[in-house]
Design a protein around this ligand. Structure first.
Ligand code: PEP
Ligand code: MG
Length: 554
């Protein structure tokens, strides 16, 4: 009997194969006492951390692209002088080298977890450093991905970014983890590699080595001992993927309606890698990565250099630059936002400019300077716009900085309800479906346990998208989608049916979405949109739309 496990699909596509489980973490080192010479134990411990940093950097260099940045950030955590000082203090209290490293990293992980949000998600990175250093110091097998004798589906409690970055898509057909959320580094890297992945999947850790599973990285489903019909569907989708990888033209429906296909990027390295993938430009440049690891705001000159590098990577194409989206899941050390009981409802996104207007004005000036004389078209948009007045003020300031094409993200239900009023001021709007689902369903997007509510196939956010698209049509202005929903081929058809004019996604999602559009007419997309809107819940909506989709998408 087959069994279906449900999690969060974070990297689209489907695959089936035998399960291979990740090597377990090394056992926690004995609490001691050490009995060694403290100076020598400290040197061994710090040396092991330095070796872990070296290993991570070597993996990053081998993987390249966004993985290099992610692993560099983790390597820097291993070399943090505060960590070394804590290790030294613990050795001074009588711990062994391994135990001191273990305890210090557990403490650091706890404090990151307490901060929560984006930093809380980095706990997995610290755990990875801890397990590798402890393995080095105790002689335990290095945890991580084993050498795969045949193409397999990797299953783990969690997968560290260092492991994800070096996965070979030829050998790793897909992966499933019990922990993890859509915004974890592991999820982001999986998408970049184009490996179908499901995270936050309860029951995954109990899967036995060798059992066959089918992984659906779009629907977030893992079928254990799949029936022949499921295996055939997976094979058909893999074959489609091979075909679609060869398609490179601009996005359009089967009957020729253009739908711009764009990529989401977060760093210069991401942008350079994404620029090699056929697309019509960048639909979302998340600029906060420039601010996240700093203790003071990035100077205008540093920003100009980064924006220019991204614009130059996309010369001749469009780049939609989103102004700083700090706060809530992306806290910035230098913002000093004090205690907020509900950070997701607090001073985040564009609201930060109420307290720190100079941050926005500096950023707009830097974007304008970077865009001057470049061959890419720089569009700019603000995150978390809630009212027409906020949209109007943002547009005025961006135009005053010399930026001609200015828009707002639609992430707050109030903005969707008044999209037509926002469009009196904005040249375009872009739907951030991740936050739109969070605020529409009042479900924290960092809570894996609420994944069912955060599902963009829920009827209520679909209505908000429909209202926004209608407003765009009436105003004759573009309405894009740059949240994760755009990269789901079936949802992409629904979005086009609702009237969305561009879709921006992780580069690896582009081929399947391009193919889905090319094989369906506008009328078919509209029928799918109608069917999705009529359904009472996400499962019924998906089923209704699948019935109308061409078989290769199923
Ligand atoms: C969104 O909310 O859908 C979005 C694209 O922005 P972010 O995920 O960066 O909040
Ligand atoms: Mg958002």
């Amino acid at each position: 009997m087959s069994q279906v496990l449900r999690g969060i699909g974070v990297s689209p596509g489907a695959a089936s194969g035998p399960v291979v489980r990740l090597a377990p973490p090394p056992p926690d080192p004995d609490p001691g006492p050490s009995g060694g010479v403290p100076a020598q134990d400290t040197a061994r411990a710090v040396g092991a951390l330095a070796e872990v940093a070296r290993l991570l950097r070597a993996r990053g260099e081998a993987a390249g692209g966004g993985a290099e940045d992610v692993l560099e950030a983790t390597a820097m955590m291993a070399e943090d002088p505060e960590l070394a000082a804590r290790v030294e203090a613990l050795v001074g209290e009588g711990r062994t080298a391994a135990r001191a490293v273990h305890e210090a990293l557990v403490e650091f992980a706890e404090s990151l977890r307490a901060v929560g949000g984006y930093l809380g998600e980095r706990v997995a990175d610290l755990e990875d450093v801890r397990m590798r250093a402890v393995a080095l110091l105790t002689g335990a097998p290095m945890p991580g991905v084993p050498t795969l004798a045949r193409p397999s589906v990797l299953v783990a409690r969690d997968l560290a970014p260092a492991d994800t970055a070096v996965l070979d898509p030829a050998r790793v057909l897909g992966f499933v983890t019990e922990l993890g959320t859509p915004t974890s580094h592991t999820a982001i890297l999986a998408k970049q590699l184009g490996i179908p992945a499901v995270v936050g999947c309860p029951g995954a850790a109990a899967l036995a080595d060798g059992v066959t599973v089918a992984v659906d990285g779009s629907a977030g489903e893992v079928t254990v001992d799949p029936p022949a019909a499921t295996l055939a569907r997976v094979a058909a989708r893999s074959a489609t993927r091979a075909v679609t990888d060869a398609d490179t033209g601009p996005g359009r429906t089967a009957d020729g309606l253009p739908v711009a296909l764009l990529v989401n990027v977060g760093t210069v390295a991401d942008a350079r890698a994404a620029a090699t993938v056929p697309s019509e430009g960048v639909g979302l440049f998340r600029t906060e990565m420039l601010y996240l690891s700093r203790h003071t705001p990035p100077p205008v000159s540093v920003q100009v250099e980064a924006y220019r590098a991204v614009l130059d990577a996309f010369a001749g194409r469009k780049v939609v630059i989103r102004t700083l989206d700090a706060g809530a899941d992306k806290p910035l050390p230098f913002l000093d936002q004090g205690d907020e009981a509900n950070p997701a409802l607090g001073v985040r996104g564009l609201r930060v400019a109420r307290r720190r207007p100079e941050l926005l004005d500096d950023q707009l000036a830097a974007i304008a300077e970077a865009a001057a004389g470049r061959e890419a078209q720089a569009w700019v948009m603000a995150p978390m716009v809630s009212t027409p007045a906020e949209a109007s003020t943002f547009v005025e300031r961006a135009r005053a900085a010399g930026l001609p094409t200015v828009g707002a993200m639609i992430e707050v239900p109030a903005a969707a309800l008044h999209a037509s009023r926002l469009l009196r001021h904005c040249d375009f709007v872009s739907l951030g479906t991740n936050d739109l689902a969070q605020y529409c369903l009042a479900a924290d997007r960092m809570q894996g346990a609420l994944a069912d509510l955060l599902d963009i196939w829920q009827p209520a956010p679909l209505e908000l998208i429909a209202m926004t698209a209608d407003a765009g049509r009436l105003a004759n202005r573009p309405v894009g989608v740059c949240g994760e929903a755009a990269g789901d081929p079936l949802m992409a058809l629904v979005l086009v049916g609702l009237g969305v004019t561009s879709l921006s996604m992780a580069p690896a999602s582009l081929p399947l979405v391009r193919r889905a559009l090319a094989t369906h007419t506008v009328a078919e997309c509209q029928a799918m949109a109608g069917a999705a809107r009529e359904a009472d819940d996400p499962a019924a909506a998906r089923d209704a739309v699948r019935q109308l989709a061409s078989p290769e998408l199923l």
